[in-house]
Design a protein around this ligand. Sequence first.
Ligand SMILES: C[S@@+](CC[C@H](N)C(=O)[O-])C[C@H]1O[C@@H](n2cnc3c(N)ncnc32)[C@H](O)[C@@H]1O
Ligand code: SF4
Length: 386
Amino acid sequence: MQSADRETDFGVYIHWPFCLSKCPYCDFNSHVRHAAVDEVRFARAFAGEIAATAARVPGRTVSTIFFGGGTPSLMQPATVATILDAIARHWPVAPNAEVTLEANPTSVEATRFRGFRAAGVNRVSLGVQALDDAALKQLGRQHSAHEALAAVAVARSIFERYSFDLIYARPGQTPEAWAAELKRALAQAGEHLSLYQLTIEQDTAFALLHAAGKLVVPDEDLGRALYDTTQAVCADAGLPAYEISNHARPGAECRHNLIYWRAHEYAGIGPGAHGRLDIGPERRATATAKRPETWLMRAESLGHGVETDEPLTRGEMADEFLLMGLRLAEGIDPARYERLAGRPLNPQRVALLREQGAVETTADGMLRVTLAGFPVLDAVVADLAA
Ligand SMILES: C[S@@+](CC[C@H](N)C(=O)[O-])C[C@H]1O[C@@H](n2cnc3c(N)ncnc32)[C@H](O)[C@@H]1O
Ligand code: SF4
């Protein structure tokens, strides 16, 4: 295929857009509703959108499914089961498919884990965020460190695979304190951890506090020291970074997220979900209505909530391939870039970045960002994409 360069992996992303409260740092498509959510109605609309999407991209075998949010662990297990059944009715699902659900680590949600397992979920990703109660309070979380670790223990006893997220580079955090916290986390970790540097996102409560000087986050040098600490502590524990913020024992990577980073094909289902569908010679970027009620009404009247559905140009596909692929420790295949872009990477720019120690070429010809290059990844991508 000339333009989309479709590979065989196919993932289905399901977005559950509701949360119990809005965390002050978060700009995900998440909404707090005081009235009960009509899950039966939503489940029917999800099933409808799955059918509509499968009619556009039939014949794929689903290798991964990911329930993200928002807070999917607020769903009833029956809702998860209905959605998984709908997926399996429209596409064959690989026998070893990875089925992940994002969960908040409160005790209430942990009581549903067995139900999620019975519905077909085989991996959970828990938003632990910190192992320090004062930090959790500042992050606006609804759980203590103790409660989060208890939820991790429940996850470990029920699922074959689990991961959890931590946010670092928090106000006042020193590399020593972070190293100690991370080691405690690693003692409870399975084979995968996601470690995100706190980002001040626009239009969040943290953005207002930050602009008013009431929330001071680590400067660039301290951020760099915290990043270096993260890499060293995790590598020592046998969980090296396979992506800029994701660590796993080799072989335990999140296969669903690899689909995004390797620019493979995926369907985005539910409010505010994005998809990349390879239809004919085109790769199409789809996005659904973000507001849950708007999406629901569209899905009920049209059979899907898609609001944008546009073919990507070769340039856009090539840029996206660089932006996503260079986040990975494995890097990108320059030949695939050339097929997508219709031109090779600029050899002078590659040579310069190599001299600066920001990129390297592996023995099998992959171009990858070095550990020294990762902290300036945005600049490396911008340079190669120019
Ligand atoms: C969709 S969110 C969360 C899933 C779940 N609702 C939760 O909060 O536990 C995925 C992850 O992104 C990370 N995240 C969200 N906003 C962030 C920010 N501003 N800076 C750094 N990490 C962030 C958090 O670690 C979070 O667990
Ligand atoms: S971090 Fe998670 S729980 Fe908090 S608002 Fe965002 S999606 Fe919801």
